[in-house]
Design a protein around this ligand. Structure first.
Ligand code: SF4
Length: 290
């Protein structure tokens, strides 16, 4: 399967993978890097950087592009925030990303667990920057407020794809609801840096991508990531197209021209990849206006 990928998609093997994996097992933690079979996990783990996946591993949704297991989720584990903080401390992380599966079974969608994890991280690593990559909480703004009250440094919520493709690959999500969540984060915490990401290669047209970028700016989104969709397994939605690196470059320039403060656009760019670099470079630039 690897041989059929275009040459620009292949990733080098990196060291550090086993040590980080071992540490995560010790603390009984999952990373989205592994659950989603991210192609960059070798590179990120070698830094080491990891995006902690809380409230999992089972997800209540079934997005066609995602390899996280769908099913009956486990009860919320009260020890999880402290275990994440202990692992982050042991890895001496300067920038920590926390994400979760969608927990539509919980009244607050898991917001309280996000907040508790941010507080635990702040206490263990007071100087670390914290990014939360949140689900849509089914549009519940009280849940969003609970996460923002914990004062993460970046609020990330991925749009993933253009509006037309939502029913095909993200049937339980809603394009407008996700946009509204990002806009609400700015309303609730005007100083908050917001971030979103999309995958290309799912059959979207360039015009549809332009509309999505402009919609994101309409929600005052600051940071953007754009990467190639790669099918994690044969059960997932097929790749419709491998987008060439020069197209990613053009997309990145268009996005910057629209007013995003920082854009990472490239075949292997993933939501949390180079998150620390993005924060360092993008947070000092002038705030983006919608
Ligand atoms: S909500 Fe969708 S993308 Fe997120 S973990 Fe669940 S199945 Fe995967």
């Amino acid at each position: 399967m690897h041989n059929r990928l275009p040459q620009w998609i292949r990733t080098p093997h990196r060291s550090g993978l086993h040590e980080v994996k071992h540490l995560l097992r010790t603390h009984r933690l999952s990373t989205v890097c592994e659950e989603a079979r991210c192609p960059n996990r070798g590179e990120c783990f070698s830094k080491p950087t990891a995006t902690f996946l809380i409230l999992g591993p089972q997800c209540t949704r079934s997005c066609a592009f995602c390899s996280v297991v769908s099913g009956d989720p486990r009860p919320v584990d009260d020890s999880e925030p402290e275990r994440v903080a202990a692992a982050a401390l042991q890895l001496n992380l300067k920038y920590v990303v926390i994400t979760s599966v969608s927990r539509d079974d919980l009244p607050d969608g898991g917001a309280e667990q996000f907040a508790k994890t941010v507080y635990a991280l702040r206490s263990a690593l007071p100087t670390a920057r914290i990014e939360v990559l949140v689900p849509d909480f089914r549009g519940d703004l009280d849940a969003l407020r609970a996460v923002l009250d914990a004062k993460p440094d970046v609020l990330n919520h991925n749009m993933e794809t253009v509006k037309r493709i939502y029913p095909l690959v993200r049937p339980q999500a809603d394009y407008q609801r996700s946009l509204a969540l990002l806009a609400a984060a700015k309303d609730i915490s005007p100083g908050m840096i917001t971030k979103s990401g999309l995958m290309v290669g799912l059959g979207e047209t360039p015009e549809e991508v332009r509309i999505l970028l402009s919609d994101l700016r309409g929600s005052a989104c600051d940071f953007l990531t754009v990467g190639q969709y790669l099918r994690p397994s044969k059960k997932n939605f097929p790749v419709v197209e491998y987008i060439r690196p020069e197209t990613f470059e053009e997309l990145g320039k268009e996005a910057l021209a629209l007013g995003f403060r920082f854009v990472a656009s490239g075949p292997l760019v993933r939501s949390s990849m180079h998150a620390e670099e993005m924060y360092r470079n993008g947070s000092s630039s002038r705030p983006a206006q919608p």
